[in-house]
Design a protein around this ligand. Structure first.
Ligand SMILES: *Cc1c(COP(=O)(O)O)cnc(C)c1O
Length: 243
């Protein structure tokens, strides 16, 4: 358990150094804890240290942890592939932002359900900047069209973009993904769509958060570097076949 606190301190230090190097204020970057496979007990260690922005990848896990986490105020994002038939549930378990909206039918299902419940929801559009088959997200050349279409859904508030960068030891290839996301942010902002606020860039994980911060990330999503290695490979979370 002490490891969690120690690890958060190290991530804090990495974020601080990256912000300094990029000439940005530390407050411009939020640390989101990617809590897939992490037990409520361990998540609460991070809460106690003041880190209360978390995100799950699976509706099932969100559901399982909901009760146990409900006594501590926190903010829940959703960062996994969301099936349209799970839309109802996601709204039931207190998610305030779905970062992984990557197709119109999902946006429309959310819109319908939100209208029924008379609710609103923040969303980010997920872009597949690495062009890897294994990753979800709208293709970069379709991102503007998706933004235009999702902007028609008045129950959804588009707050920005999310991506998973290329997994590569070659820094420049990773950087290109993040630069692409930032460029799309500017292009979508320039469309001046009603109700669309392009303020968030959710990018950067345990291995590449410095590059992401240099390229403008406002949310970095960190799991492994805080909670340790996961038992399941990420493909379990990122591939359709395992749904
Ligand atoms: C698991 C996950 C993360 C965190 O990845 P780590 O490498 O463990 O820091 C970030 N974003 C998404 C979408 C994830 O599924």
């Amino acid at each position: 358990m002490e490891h969690i606190i120690e690890n958060i301190k190290q991530i804090e230090a990495r974020i601080t150094v990256a912000c300094e190097r990029a000439g940005r204020a530390r407050e411009e970057v939020k640390l989101l804890l990617a809590t897939k496979t992490v037990t409520p007990e361990r998540i609460k260690v991070a809460f106690a240290a003041g880190y209360t922005l978390i995100a799950e990848n699976k509706v099932q896990e969100l559901k399982e942890k909901y009760e146990a986490l409900s006594d501590v105020p926190h903010t829940n994002h959703f960062i996994g592939h969301l099936q349209t038939n799970k839309v109802k549930e996601i709204l039931r378990y207190g998610v305030s932002c779905v970062e992984s909206v990557d197709r119109l039918d999902l946006a429309q299902k959310l819109q319908q359900r939100l209208a029924t419940e008379d609710k609103h929801l923040d969303v980010l559009l997920q872009v597949n900047t690495s062009a890897e088959e294994s990753k979800y997200g709208v293709a970069p050349d379709k991102a503007l069209d998706l933004a235009r279409a999702v902007a028609q859904c008045d129950r959804l508030h588009i707050k920005g973009l999310m991506t998973i960068g290329l997994f590569s030891a070659e820094e420049e290839k990773v950087r290109v993904c993040f630069q692409l996301l930032r460029r799309l942010q500017g292009e979508i902002a320039a469309l001046g769509l009603p109700g669309v606020v392009m303020e968030e860039l959710s990018m950067g994980m345990s291995g590449d958060l410095e590059i992401a911060i240099e390229e403008g990330a406002t949310i970095v999503r960190v799991g492994t570097a805080i909670f340790g290695k996961r038992v399941y490979p990420d493909s379990y979370y990122w591939k359709e076949s395992r749904e």
